[in-house]
Design a protein around this ligand. Sequence first.
Ligand SMILES: Cc1ncc(COP(=O)(O)O)c(C=O)c1O
Length: 420
Amino acid sequence: MNTFTQLESAVRSYGRSYPVVFDRAADSCLFDVDGRRYLDFLAGAGALNYGHNNSAITEALLDYIKRGGIAHGLDMQTQAKEEFLNALEQFILAPRDLRYRVQFTGPTGTNAVEAAFKIARKVTGRQNILAFTNGFHGVTLGALSATGNRHHRGGAGTALNAITRMPYDGYLGNTIDTSDLLIKMIEDPSSGIDLPAAVIVETVQGEGGLNVASTQWLQKIEQFCRQTGALLIIDDIQAGCGRTGEFFSFESMGIEPDIITLSKSLSGYGLPMAIVLISPQHDCWKPGEHNGTFRGNNHAFVTAAAALQKYWHNDDFAQEIRRKESLLTNRLDQLVTLFPHHITGQKGRGMMRGLAFRDGQMATDTSRRSFANGLVIETSGSHGEVVKCLCPLTISDEELNEGLDILASSISDVAISYAA
Ligand SMILES: Cc1ncc(COP(=O)(O)O)c(C=O)c1O
């Protein structure tokens, strides 16, 4: 029995997978209380794209705290919020010719999803929302309705309503275009599916196993939305903020969502923050209609603005992500070739990639073994069969290679133990 097993709720999960007490962190590394170093390929489940305690961002935050900048501001007008809004406009929205209003929600991804659903339902007067197999959108009741995972859904204790589940791109194999099925079922007035208020989709399913939607499929989903009056919600909470090699994961796809949800790495520092980007014509909120005490985490606004300023003022960072992506892809390909009996292939896009194991248990064992060898790495997918590399985007080539070396030797250890 330790403090955590004795005093913390049974709901704790990552603490079970990594049973040490962490103390410090720097860039791509975590350190436990005994000073042992771990490379971090989990990166706050995607909340630490710029690494732990990124020095430029730390400096901005310390300066702000030292000058007595407001920490908590409800949704009042503050200088920190103003600077964040201007940075988002200057470095992200304007250069991409995107026009959105920014809603600050409670500071979690799931609350941003709740807000997105409410807007879509208000705008259209419809209730039904189309969500996809293996989608993950959070665990508060509205968002949980759209989440596929049975384990999480089981925690609801009540009916999860007003969602229709459709097969994601590739769910029925390569030869069936699931967007055709979706379109057919909605066009048929007797299919039993109500016209949707919105379609919510991740371009890469982070928790669902790194499934990737193709450009063509997403374009058909967008076209379907335009034809039926449904709003297109892109949940970019995990795939956004540079993870796929561009700020928004859909940038190069020629689609324009009505609503975008962002959180996780938006604050750039692991501080809680979430926003919903709303096409101006759909911004139908009444003042305070969706509120929350912690919509004004000004420390997060400061770090978010600093991250946008540092990494997104030009294309260098995006190019650097794409360069690292090819390093990661090549190394993962080598592992697929080395372990064909255990690994079926690599999955994902950008720096959101992983290895699909034939057996979920072996993926879990590989993750546990990696931890014993000094690498924090998690699994995802229906059966936890995908070992997911989600390292900070700022990781050095040396550390990226070091982490992948640990992964390779851990797979080898586990394969040998299975063969014995
Ligand atoms: C795509 C996506 N949407 C929503 C969420 C929920 O975010 P949060 O855990 O901050 O509520 C997550 C979390 O993993 C996610 O990956």
